[in-house]
Ligand binder design. Structure first.
Ligand SMILES: Nc1ncnc2c1ncn2[C@@H]1O[C@H](COP(=O)(O)OP(=O)(O)OP(=O)(O)O)[C@@H](O)[C@H]1O
Ligand SMILES: [Zn+2]
Length: 493
């Protein structure tokens, strides 16, 4: 099955074909770090993290970049209010961002570039845009000439004429055209500023994402994500700058945008004051419930924030978790010796078949523009099947039924945690189990070597050699040194 994604650029669902399969390059606009993130900001985080996880599950090799906008008017204003350095304030909120994102089980990006660390790249890009005639300098500011870029408006579907009719009285008289936007802003007193060919100043918002994505992902990449509100002007401007700069079209193959978290049908936002911080919500709901809630609706649809929905998510997640804990309970018991009843055996076959049906349904849902709502529904159906299997009057714990349930658990964890990230406790448990197994292996090897040393002391060379040879067959090499025996894995030599 091929993956279909809705591309904002073409306004239709398209087959997903990365430039260089199995590699996939992906950039998501990160937060402006002047405050804690609210639930609306958490949506793109969780959505694009899930898309990334799914693509990895399908075998793609991802390079995932998510920036931090740590230079911005909002940061400067808040720093001024608090009387601290703007970059220090931004760095504090980057740490706070990680706290919230980690709690929501959002995996770290491969690269998290910060604007403040990419000023030379940004300056070089602006210089080239000036050379190519796409940008001009006015009193230490640099602007992009929108009309020089004929494709302007192709992402948002707005024409230059339409945009002109919406222009209000122009505030910045230095621009040649009201549609032009700033690439570089001349420094004002008390603001963070960097040296540039145009005097001291700082980058505009849009150019950052172009410079950082091109640096890490090359002249054109596969997926660019962000919330709906970024389509215009941010992403429209990113396209104009990047395609003008590289001369390569398209800058990005697939533009993906998530819908809003709303409160009474209105976008949750800091400026409207109708927001709930992620950490406030996490005081009341477990992070896995919040993540489940964010994935319970297709990522492009709006999702209203209300307690009823969060409570429904809590119940939904409990259904999956209780199914898993029933399985665990059975797996933790000693299997009986009796053979499996024919009806249960039939049930086992049915459940095993259902496992592949579940995988197919789950993948079909995710292949269709990452429909997490339907993917979750497939997990619910599986849990229903598991319950009827376990609750069959003839059901007994045998090694056969345990094996069926072990496979079932594996699928639920793969789809629920590896892809959707909604069962983090189980993943942690799995990690703990692996660690415990590793520790036990080491202790057992030490014990075996002690026994072998005893044999050697008694000059029982046959036993000592037998142990060494058997261990070698198992992939463990034993070396006798003046300080006693040492062991190592054969594959590591
Ligand atoms: N209500 C929302 N629902 C979904 N996504 C949102 C919402 N609000 C912001 N986003 C997304 O969050 C990401 C981070 O954006 P950013 O840090 O610029 O937020 P912001 O503009 O400060 O938030 P606000 O809109 O509250 O002022 C962007 O991808 C943006 O589209
Ligand atoms: Zn951006």
């Amino acid at each position: 099955m091929t993956i279909k994604v809705y591309n904002t650029l073409t306004k239709r669902k398209e087959e997903f074909i990365p430039r260089r399969p199995p590699e996939v390059t992906m950039y998501v606009c990160g937060p402006t770090t002047y405050n804690f993130i609210h639930l609306g900001n958490a949506r793109p985080l969780v959505v694009f993290d899930t898309i990334r996880r799914y693509l990895q599950y399908k075998g793609f090799k991802l390079t995932y970049v998510q920036n931090f906008t740590d230079i911005d008017d909002k940061i400067i204003n808040r720093a001024r209010e608090e009387n601290i350095d703007a970059l220090e304030l931004a760095s504090r909120f980057i740490q706070e961002y990680y706290r919230d994102a980690d709690a929501l089980n959002v995996r770290r990006a491969d690269i998290h570039p910060k604007v403040s660390e990419h000023i030379p790249e940004i300056i070089a890009m602006i210089e080239r845009l000036i050379e190519k005639g796409y940008a001009y300098v006015v009193e230490g500011n640099v602007y992009f000439s929108v009309r020089k870029f004929p494709d302007y408006g192709k992402l948002s579907g707005r024409s230059v004429e339409e945009l002109m009719s919406g222009v209000r009285i122009e505030v910045d008289a230095r621009k040649k055209d009201p549609l032009d936007f700033a690439l570089w802003k001349a420094a004002r007193p008390g603001e963070p500023a960097w040296d540039s060919p145009w005097g001291k100043g700082r980058p505009g918002w849009h150019i950052e994402c172009s410079a950082m994505s091109l640096k890490y992902l090359g002249n054109g990449f596969d997926i660019h994500g962000g919330g709906n509100d970024l389509i215009f002007p941010h992403h429209e401007n990113e396209i104009a700058q990047s395609e003008a700069y590289t001369g390569e079209v398209p800058f990005v193959r697939y533009w993906l945008h998530n819908g809003f978290i709303t409160v009474n049908q209105e976008k949750m936002s800091k400026s409207s004051g109708n927001f709930f911080l992620v950490r406030e919500v996490l005081e009341k709901y477990n992070p896995d419930v919040v993540r489940f809630y964010l994935l319970s609706t297709h990522y492009r649809s709006p999702l209203d924030f209300d307690e009823e929905k969060l409570n429904a998510s809590k119940k939904g997640l409990e259904r999956i978790k209780s199914c898993l804990s029933h399985i665990d309970e059975i797996l933790g018991k000693q299997p009986g010796t009796s053979s499996t009843a024919p009806e249960v055996e039939q049930g086992s076959r049915k459940l095993l078949e259902f496992l592949s049906t579940t995988r197919t349904k789950f993948e079909q849902a995710m292949d269709d523009d990452f429909n997490t709502a339907l993917a979750i529904a497939a997990l619910f159906e599986l849990c229903r099947e598991v319950n009827s299997y376990i609750n069959h009057p003839e059901f007994e714990i045998t090694s056969q039924t345990q094996e069926v349930l072990r496979q079932t658990k594996e699928i639920i964890i793969t789809l629920g945690e590896e892809v959707l990230g909604i069962l983090p406790d189980l993943a942690k448990q799995k990690e703990k189990d692996t660690q415990q197994e590793e520790n036990i292996t080491k202790d057992l090897l030490e014990l075996i070597l002690e026994i072998r040393q005893d044999a050697r002391r008694k000059k029982d060379w046959a036993t000592a050699d037998h142990i060494r040879d058997r261990l070698k067959e198992l992939g463990v090499l034993v070396e006798d040194t003046p300080h006693g025996p040492r062991w190592k894995w054969a594959k590591q030599t």
